[in-house]
Design a protein around this ligand. Structure first.
Ligand SMILES: Cc1ncc(COP(=O)(O)O)c(C=O)c1O
Length: 440
């Protein structure tokens, strides 16, 4: 194993970790307790960071309170699932009313059709089916493409993330689902077109995010997504757009803003209003492969099971999220607000003189420990990750919660004062790092 060399940032990060541990004894205790029964202390690897992650006692609007009583501005927004904040009254009341009638019926319920109709209208798809997670949605979208084309190869992108078993942020681990993947270079259209040409007879699908979220909020370069889809379609492959995070951008999702038209799209996160959620949808031709009871009589179909796919809480919550709360108009204004905030973040970073940048689109953004905003994950990873860790702990100490890897997602309930406080905290934190790393 190679040990990373010590840098001025890594030495400060050691101190920041110790300070964090001292400030959070109850979270540390709870984490130790959890580790006795949960390997790693929880069930969501993304939450892990050294020395231990915080345990939260409660969340309200855009704030979180941990077990030691610190209250934070939540600038992470549950990796985009928390678009509505932590306590949206409209979702809560509607779901509670639905659940008072019955917690489950173990069968078909009208909320499922209501949410499906809202999604088809909103995202311009003919048909949709629900799953429990974004991961499952992507697995099913790939299955749809394999079944439709009779081919098995799936093109994905370096830096992409499509779920726990569809991970390409750094390599392709053995825990990935055993598909025949070919990994293409994100934002390199010429390189990708060459690969499509090379695999044109075997490609069942191209699966791509319009902006790589977990890869560091790296948006598709102009023309990249549309160019990939055009070539994939010519090769007879199904174009799958993973909008699990990005469907919040614009009235019909992010692909529409990039003039790229997928055959299938996957959804998740905020649409469930805090409840587990996933969905995949697209053209009637592809999706009707799931019709196990066609009017024209029996024919082969794809089976898609899942006890909780249409659970009442998620279906009811989704109808409020898309029907009442996150209207197309609000999607547009939230994206503008995010663009403005990200520009302010970039100004604070530039002013600090610290080698950091921010990338993103609309209300999603990520820090990078490199001065030049990267366009792919390889460029992003050239930086000193200890710097990102330092900023994470520095922001926590100033009452701002982000992802340890530097992700920020604005929610609908962030106030202007809270966003200003995040910028102040960032400026203050960077100034401290600049002072502490200045040569004597
Ligand atoms: C782009 C993308 N696709 C799929 C997923 C997987 O969704 P889930 O965590 O609901 O399985 C994620 C989760 O972060 C994601 O960011």
């Amino acid at each position: 194993m190679t040990v990373a060399p010590s840098t001025p940032f890594s030495e400060l990060a050691d101190t920041a970790r110790r300070d964090f541990a001292d400030r959070n004894p109850q979270s540390r205790l709870q984490y130790a307790r959890a580790r006795e029964v949960l390997p790693g202390g929880h069930t969501r690897t993304v939450l892990t960071h050294a020395p231990f992650p915080l345990t939260f006692a409660s969340g309200a609007e855009a704030t979180l309170t941990d077990l030691d009583g610190h209250t934070y501005i939540d600038a992470l927004g549950d990796y985009t699932a928390g678009l509505l904040g932590h306590s949206d009254g409209r979702v809560r009341e509607f779901v509670m009313r639905a659940l008072v009638e019955n917690t489950s019926v173990g069968g078909i319920h009208p909320y499922e059709e209501r949410l499906a109709r809202l999604m088809c209208a909103r995202f311009g798809i003919d048909r949709v089916r629900f799953t429990n997670s974004g991961t499952e949605a992507n697995l099913m979208a790939i299955t749809t493409a394999i079944h439709a084309t009779g081919r098995r190869r799936v093109m994905v992108f370096n830096g992409g993330y499509h779920g726990g078993v569809l991970y390409f942020v750094t390599g392709s681990p053995t825990t990935n689902a055993p598909y025949d993947f070919v990994v293409a270079p994100y934002n390199d259209l010429a390189g990708t077109l060459e690969l499509i040409e090379q695999h044109r007879r075997e490609l069942a699908a191209v699966l791509v995010e319009p902006m790589q979220g977990s890869g560091g909020c790296l948006p598709s370069a102009p023309g990249f997504l549309a160019g990939v889809f055009a070539a994939a379609r010519t090769a007879g492959a199904v174009c799958i757009c993973d909008e699990v995070m990005t469907s919040r951008h614009g009235p019909g999702g992010m692909a529409a803003l990039l003039d790229a038209e997928p055959d299938l799209t996957t959804y998740g996160k905020y649409i469930g209003g805090g409840f587990s959620f996933g969905a995949f949808g697209g053209t009637a031709e592809l999706m009707d492969q799931y019709d196990s009871n066609p009017p024209s009589g029996p024919r082969p179909y794809i089976s898609h099971a899942g006890t909780f796919n249409n659970n009442i809480a998620s279906m009811a919550a989704g109808t409020v999220v898309l029907g009442d709360v996150f209207t197309p108009e609000i999607a547009v204004s939230h994206t503008s607000r995010g663009d403005e905030f990200r520009a302010d973040v970039a100004t604070v970073l530039a002013r600090s003189g610290i080698p950091m940048s921010v990338t993103g689109f609309g209300s999603m953004m990520s820090f990078h420990a490199v001065a030049e905003p990267p366009t792919d994950v390889i460029a992003s990873m050239r930086g000193d990750t200890a710097l990102l860790e330092l900023v994470f702990f520095g922001l926590l100490r100033r009452g701002v919660y982000t992802a340890a890897r530097g992700m920020i997602n604005l929610s609908l309930v962030h106030t202007d004062e809270q966003l200003a406080a995040v910028l102040d905290a960032l400026g203050d934190c960077l100034e401290e790092i600049a002072v502490e790393t200045r040569s004597p």
